[in-house]
Design a protein around this ligand. Structure first.
Ligand code: F0G
Length: 449
C-alpha cells in the first residue's frame, strides 16, 4: 500500500486486480481492468490524530488558510498531497442545524433531526468539498485544463476552482437539463459551456472521451481525489454532534459520489478507532431516475466483497437503451440513470447496512417547501432526503427517537423555478402563493387581515 514512501496511493477497487498507482498519475479508472479507483493510505505515514476532536482545535487558528477550510482542517485523513499544493477558497464552512420544528412535523422526537446544510459552500453546493481536493491534485500533476459533465452544481464549482487555480475549464451540460441558478454561475465564473443535445449520461460519456483524447483533467466524481474531499462532510456531522455518530445519514443519490465517499469516511474512521460504530446510510433516488433503487431493491445487486454481478448491471442498462430511456425529475441535480460510482455506492451500503428508496417528485417538492418553511431552504434534490425520511418513519425503518442527519446538498437559490412554480401554482399543501393587490391603501390593508 502507498508506494514510493508516500502516505497515499491510488488502488483499483476490484479485489481480483487491486493494482496500485502513485498519486502523481492522472487516472479516472484502473488502466489494467477499467474499474474505479480509490485513494488508500498508509496510516502510519498519514499521521492521523488519536482523537477526532483534535481537528476542532484548528478552528482557533483561522488565520491559517488550511485550518480555516472545513475540508483541509481534517487533512491527515486525506493526506494525498503536500500542503503547498492544496487550494482552498474557504469551502466547508457549513452547519448542522438541529431542526425540532421539522422533526415535530414529521413526528420525530425533539433533538433527533439534523440538517447538514452544504448550501453554505462558496459555490452553494457540497461539490466544493470535492473540488478543492480534485484541484489540489490537478496542481500536483501540473494540469492546465479541466472539464466535467454536469447537471449544474459540478460545473459551478469547477468553474470557481479553475478560476482560483488558473486552469481552463469546459463544462458539458445536457440542453435544457440545468437549473438556471447553476447555469448562471458557470457562465459568470468564466466556464466554457457546451450544451450537448442529450442528457447527463450522454454528457458523462462524451466528457470522458474528450478528456482522454485531449489530456484534460476530469473533475467528475469518477476522479477518486474528489471523493476524498467529500468525506469531510461526514467528519463535520460527527464533530457537530459532539463526536457522536448519528443513527442515520440520509443523502440524495445521483452519480453516487457522495454516498460512496460517506461510506469510505465511516469505514476509515472506524478502522482508525476514531468512532466506535458506523451509522446506517439511506440513499434516496427520484422516481424518474431510480437506477440504484431498482438494482438494489428489485435485482438484489450487492457489493459482494467487490465481486459485483456486472451481468445484472449490463442487462439493466441494455434495457434502458432498448427503451430509449432518459431520466426525468424536477430534481434535475439527480436526473441520472447510469451512475458512475454505482459499485462504490454498493460498497458504502454494505459498510453502513444501507437502504435505498425512490421518491416521487410531488413528495420532493412538498419536502422542499417544509425545509424552506422550517429550515434554511434547499434545492429539490436535497429535499429528496426529507421526503425519504418521511417514508422511512412511516414504514418503521426509522424510529422517531433515532438520530438522523439529512444532507442538504445544494442552496435554495440554485433552482428558483421549481420553488416559484410550487408556491405560485398552488401545487401542494405547503404552497404559499403571493396575493395580488390593487395599488390602493384600503384594499392592501383588507388583504392583510
Ligand atoms: N444533490 C445535488 C444538489 C447535486 O448537485 C448532486 C449531483 C447530487 C445531490 C447527487 O450527488 O452525484 O454524489 O450522488 N450533482 C452532479 C452535478 C451530478 O453535475 O452537479 P451524487
Amino acid at each position: 500500500m502507498a508506494s514510493k514512501g508516500e502516505a497515499a496511493c491510488q488502488k483499483c477497487i476490484n479485489p481480483d486486480c487491486a493494482a496500485e498507482f502513485d498519486c502523481s498519475q492522472t487516472l479516472v479508472k484502473c488502466p489494467k481492468c477499467g474499474e474505479l479507483l480509490d485513494i488508500v493510505y498508509d496510516w502510519n505515514k498519514a499521521n492521523p490524530p488519536e482523537h477526532i476532536s483534535h481537528f476542532a482545535r484548528r478552528w482557533a487558528g483561522r488565520d491559517n488558510r488550511l485550518d480555516f477550510s472545513g475540508v483541509w482542517r481534517f487533512r491527515e485523513l486525506l493526506n494525498f498531497c503536500p500542503d503547498d499544493h492544496k487550494v482552498s477558497i474557504g469551502e466547508g464552512q457549513t452547519i448542522l442545524q438541529q431542526n425540532d420544528d421539522l422533526a415535530a412535523e414529521l413526528g420525530m422526537q425533539p433533538g433527533c433531526l439534523h440538517l447538514q446544510y452544504e448550501g453554505l459552500n462558496p459555490s452553494g453546493s457540497f461539490k466544493d468539498n470535492g473540488m478543492t481536493a480534485a484541484f489540489s491534485h490537478a496542481r500536483l500533476v501540473g494540469a492546465t485544463a479541466s472539464a466535467c459533465a454536469s447537471t449544474g452544481n459540478t460545473s459551478a464549482s469547477m468553474a470557481l476552482y479553475a478560476h482560483a487555480c488558473g486552469l481552463k475549464c469546459t463544462v458539458f451540460i445536457g440542453s435544457g437539463r440545468i437549473a438556471f441558478g447553476k447555469l448562471s454561475q458557470a457562465m459568470d465564473f468564466g466556464g466554457h459551456t457546451i450544451q450537448i443535445r442529450g442528457d447527463f449520461d450522454d454528457c458523462m460519456r462524451q466528457v470522458q472521451d474528450v478528456c482522454t483524447r485531449l489530456n484534460i483533467y476530469l473533475v467528475n466524481s469518477v476522479n477518486p481525489f474528489r471523493l476524498e474531499g467529500q468525506k469531510t462532510i461526514m467528519f463535520r456531522i460527527v464533530e457537530q454532534l459532539g463526536w457522536r455518530v448519528p443513527d442515520w445519514v440520509i443523502v440524495p443519490g445521483g452519480n453516487l459520489g457522495n454516498s460512496s465517499a460517506f461510506g469510505k469516511a465511516f469505514a476509515e474512521l472506524k478502522s482508525l478507532g476514531l468512532i466506535d460504530r458506523i451509522p446506517r446510510l439511506a440513499v434516496i433516488n427520484a422516481q424518474g431516475a431510480r437506477t440504484l433503487a431498482d438494482l438494489y431493491n428489485d435485482h438484489n445487486l450487492r457489493w459482494n466483497d467487490g465481486r459485483v454481478d456486472q451481468s445484472v448491471i449490463d442487462a439493466y442498462y441494455a434495457d434502458l437503451t432498448a427503451k430509449n430511456f432518459s431520466p426525468h425529475t424536477c430534481a434535475s441535480a439527480i436526473e441520472i440513470s447510469r451512475p458512475v460510482n454505482l459499485k462504490k455506492c454498493l460498497r458504502a451500503l454494505d459498510v453502513c447496512n444501507g437502504v435505498v428508496l425512490a421518491v416521487p417528485d410531488e413528495e420532493i417538492v412538498d419536502a422542499k417547501a417544509l425545509v424552506g418553511r422550517y429550515g434554511l431552504g434547499c434545492e429539490p434534490a436535497s429535499a429528496a432526503t426529507v421526503a425519504g425520511l418521511r417514508h422511512m418513519l412511516g414504514n418503521g425503518t426509522i424510529e422517531p427517537e433515532e438520530t438522523v442527519a439529512c444532507v442538504l446538498t445544494g442552496h435554495q437559490l440554485k433552482d428558483p423555478n421549481v420553488t416559484v412554480t410550487y408556491h405560485k401554482d398552488n401545487m401542494g399543501p405547503f404552497s404559499n402563493p403571493p396575493v395580488e393587490a390593487p395599488n390602493d391603501l384600503e384594499s392592501i390593508i383588507r388583504l392583510m387581515q
